[in-house]
Design a protein around this ligand. Structure first.
Ligand code: GLN
Length: 499
């Protein structure tokens, strides 16, 4: 690698200070980040597309601001290398959702979360690999091949936002955005050892993000520090007239990071800690984090979420139903791959959807179509909605007693490619994350070092009441004083690019 520093390994504050002191330019950041991606991506396959021109254009704007002495007027992500999950539209780029269906789709517009990241000064480096349409927990369902875990290339990065997690863990970008419907930000964050935040539903606009489950999807950042996550939240959060589910947010997410946890009440859920499938090394890490929180002055309180064990069942009814409806637009006419040579529309639909969608996507579509069919939806869809209400009430009751909850993220650390081949086994990856999407509150993964048995990254989950995302960030910042910010995966540290 050239001698220039690996900017993707720097935090937003360091980048800003370097720009202000004219130690480097935004152009240098863009060029050297892209060069590093070029090398590292050969093995990692985190990026599906890089956006050289956009990066250089944006760098020129930031450099002009620095030259005019107006860096202060640039947003919280000035000069920060950023990248986006490939289900987020960015005008002029491919937005494939890692599906053959959208292989040739070029975005005619930009998602609000992407636009806000760029408006905040971020330098857009490209689009990131994912499970097809965000169905999965390993990025193995990408039609373009999986992303690898920078900690061990024989292992998955998690999913569905695997590219977003791997890019940050390898120091290819400082901030990436992912989306989380049942765990797709937090679980890859845990597998790759990054900070990974799924905000409360409604905090971030979903406009321009290809929908999986519209009542569950939420966009959030991957970073290596809690502060960078809070800065990214400041950039992307808030009402957007183009998404009627987005809310006014006037929180400065960095405001309480230094407050510590003294006086905070933090919930632990005994049923989660006893759950079947939770590996001893992950359990030990959650217990260790709890002890640190106690030592830092928090009060630990046991809370009960009696209906949380039904979250998985409810999710695999509601999620596929919403996905089935959302994916109806990929019909080879309005959007998507068109299988050539059909005389009637019916056979064109059938052939195009059969060829354009991979196996997991077809499974979700078939499941959703069955669950919503006459005589069936009242047996499954209604009860699933009732379960949703019960789980939401469980959390509301718990939050009468506590300010946030500490839990595992994933029951295990990263697994090898092909190791989890049964779909229902794969679904269990999200056993601790799904109930949060069902209830709609905020959840995040914070890296707490390596597991004692597998020596792979482990994250703990902090869960906030709805629209109190600052609570989990505050507790995470306190824990970060013990564990330190997320490290770069060793093969990519010190400027190495995995060569
Ligand atoms: N792994 C879960 C699924 O496959 C969640 C995915 C997500 O959050 N997008 O549906």
């Amino acid at each position: 690698m050239a001698a220039s520093p690996a900017f993707g390994t720097m935090g937003a504050r360091v980048i800003r200070a370097g720009l202000a002191a004219k130690e480097f330019s935004a152009r240098e950041i863009a060029e050297s980040s892209l060069a590093r991606i070029d090398v590292a991506n050969k093995d990692l396959h985190a990026f599906l597309e890089t956006t050289e021109q956009l990066a250089l254009e944006q760098a020129a704007k930031v450099d002009a601001a620095v030259a005019a002495g107006e860096l202060d007027a640039c947003g919280p992500l000035a000069g920060v290398p950023v990248a986006f999950k490939d289900n987020m539209n960015l005008e002029g780029t491919h937005t494939t959702c890692s599906s053959k269906m959208l292989e040739n789709y070029v975005s005619p517009f930009t998602a609000t979360c992407v636009a806000r990241t760029i408006e905040a000064g971020g330098i857009p480096l490209g689009k990131l690999n994912m499970d097809e349409f965000a169905f999965g927990s390993s990025t193995e369902t990408s039609a373009f091949g999986p992303t690898k875990n920078p900690w061990d290339l024989s292992r998955v990065p998690g999913g569905s936002s695997g590219g977003s997690a791997a890019a940050v863990a390898a120091g290819l970008a400082t901030v990436t955005l992912g989306s989380d419907t049942g765990g797709s930000i937090r679980q890859p964050g845990s597998f790759c050892g990054t900070v990974a935040v799924k905000p409360t539903y409604g905090v971030v606009s979903r406009y321009g993000v290809v929908a999986f489950g519209s009542s569950l999807d939420q966009v959030g950042p991957f970073t290596r520090s809690v502060e960078d996550a809070a800065l990214a939240m400041n950039a992307i959060a808030g009402r957007d007239v183009l998404d009627c589910t987005s809310q006014n947010v006037d929180t400065d997410f960095t405001a309480n990071l230094a407050e510590g946890v003294r006086g905070m009440r933090i919930g632990v859920v005994p049923a989660f800690m006893e759950a079947q499938g939770l590996t001893p090394e992950v359990k030990a890490k959650v217990e260790e984090a709890a002890e640190h929180l106690r030592a830092l002055g928090a009060e630990l309180v046991e809370v009960d979420l009696p209906n949380a064990q039904a979250a998985m069942s409810a999710y695999y009814v509601l999620g596929p139903c919403e996905a089935f409806s959302n994916l109806a637009r990929f019909d080879s006419v309005r959007y998507g791959y068109c299988d050539p040579g059909h005389k009637d529309l019916g056979s064109q639909y059938e052939a195009s959807r059969a060829a354009g969608f991979g196996p997991e996507t077809r499974r979700r579509v078939m499941l959703g179509s069955y669950l919503l069919s006459a005589g069936v939806y009242d047996k499954y869809y209604y009860p699933a909605q009732q379960v949703r209400t019960l789980i939401t009430q469980d959390y509301a009751r718990a939050y009468e007693q506590v300010d946030c909850i500490l839990a595992p993220v994933s029951p295990r650390t990263s697994f090898r490619f092909g190791e989890v081949s049964d779909p229902t086994d794969m679904y269990l990856s999200d056993m601790f994350t799904i109930s949060i999407n069902i209830a709609g509150n905020g959840g995040m993964s914070l890296p707490v070092g390596l597991g004692a048995d597998t020596h792979l990254p482990v994250g703990v989950q902090l869960i906030s009441p709805a629209f109190k995302d600052e609570n989990m960030l505050r507790a995470a910042a306190a824990l970060e004083t013990v564990y330190g910010p997320a490290p770069i995966a060793p093969a990519y540290a010190d400027g190495k690019a995995g060569e």
